[in-house]
Design a protein around this ligand. Structure first.
Ligand SMILES: Nc1ncnc2c1ncn2[C@@H]1O[C@H](COP(=O)(O)OP(=O)(O)OP(=O)(O)O)[C@@H](O)[C@H]1O
Ligand SMILES: O=P(O)(O)OC[C@H]1O[C@](O)(CO)[C@@H](O)[C@@H]1O
Ligand SMILES: [Mg+2]
Length: 322
């Protein structure tokens, strides 16, 4: 049986490209003959019934916007058995037969619970962290990487002018992908990620001293948020090397901005795919990128997968930063 009324929401941290996905879900759903409801502020919108019917023009002029036009939230109220039941009851009451959830791993766990409570969900990976095991790519990652690179390039100008060292923290709570890609692109002397334990002397100081001997006078150390501690690290580096060192946390600036071409295109294709799955009566799925192609996997299986960090790329990064 085809789903006749579906809803779409964005949840967790916003990510550039979420709007492209919302737009594609809406237009694919409507052009397939379904009603499409927009839910504001993630799972909170299901609890508060903050839901409105979308038309083809509801999603005009958002493909180029950062953030999410549906707003987002982290909802502790939903993350309880009572909250999930209330959200599912509200969906039934409002005639919502399936939900597209655009968000990160936490949002996917919420979608699994909502599916179990009788409302089939299809998940779309939208997070700048790229930390979802079932997919090679999450919407927002490319824009965030490019923003981080632009910001570190600016830091490099001042770092170089002063013969200093800059320790810069990029986002990524439990995932070093953003740090790794950014670190490579800015030629960082060291990249610290939560997936690979580091030794302060061997992986930072010795590297700085080695490159200094061959004439290097300024240094960039990229640190993932999941490693943290950049202020202390900067002090320790300065104390050990005598090189003036500054710490910078890039923070939420990395989540904003107009999405790159890649995030608009991947967001569009994943959104289309998600609405089409619900149209074909398929729930409990995650839309993923696998070998560069968009496909789907079972939601429970997706949540049981473990992510592998690209250690080979990490090693290459350090081989060439000497
Ligand atoms: N284990 C869980 N069971 C049910 N719902 C959950 C669970 N974990 C998270 N959620 C719901 O999903 C919301 C978003 O989760 P979370 O804050 O972890 O962000 P996310 O989707 O992982 O995105 P990101 O990490 O990219 O910011 C939570 O506020 C909560 O409502
Ligand atoms: O916006 P908040 O709640 O401060 O969350 C920050 C977290 O969200 C993320 O940006 C992912 O969306 C993480 O990289 C970061 O740890
Ligand atoms: Mg998450």
């Amino acid at each position: 049986m085809n789903t006749k009324t579906i809803a779409v929401l964005t949840s967790g941290g916003d990510a550039p490209g979420m709007n492209a996905a919302v737009r594609a879900v809406t237009r694919t759903g409507i052009s397939s003959g379904m009603r499409v409801m927009g839910v504001r502020r993630g799972y909170n919108g299901l609890l508060n019934r903050d839901v409105f019917e979308m038309n083809l023009r509801s999603v005009s002029d958002i493909i180029n916007d950062g953030g999410t036009a549906l707003f987002t939230a982290r909802s502790p109220e939903f993350n309880t058995p009572e909250g999930v039941k209330e959200a599912a009851d509200n969906c039934r009451d409002m005639g919502i037969e399936g939900v597209v959830v655009i968000g990160g791993d936490g949002s996917f766990r919420g979608a699994r619970d909502l599916t179990k409570a009788g409302i089939p969900c299809v998940c779309v990976p939208g997070t700048i962290d790229n930390d979802i095991a079932s997919t090679e790519y999450t919407i927002g990652f490319d824009t965030a990487m490019n923003t981080a690179v632009e910001m570190v390039d600016r830091l490099r100008d001042t770092t170089e002018s002063h013969d200093r060292c800059s320790v810069v923290e990029v986002m990524g709570r439990r995932c070093g992908d953003l740090a790794l890609q950014t670190g490579i692109a800015v030629g960082a002397t060291s990249i610290l990620v939560p997936e690979v334990p580091f030794d302060f002397q061997r992986d930072i100081i010795d590297r700085m001293m080695f490159t200094q001997k061959t004439g290097k006078k300024h240094f960039i150390i990229v640190v993932a948020e999941g490693v943290g501690g950049v202020d202390k690290l900067a002090k320790d580096i300065e104390a050990k090397t005598g090189i003036e060192t500054r710490a910078t946390v890039l923070g939420h600036v990395q989540r904003g901005g107009s999405p790159t071409l890649r995030d608009r295109v991947v967001g569009t294709v994943m959104g289309y795919y998600a609405a089409d799955l619900l149209y074909r009566g398929k729930g409990n799925r995650v839309v993923v990128m696998h070998d560069g192609k968009i496909t789907d996997v079972d939601l429970n299986e997706a949540l049981n997968m473990t992510r592998t960090f690209d250690k080979q790329l990490y090693d290459i990064a350090h081989r060439v930063s000497i």
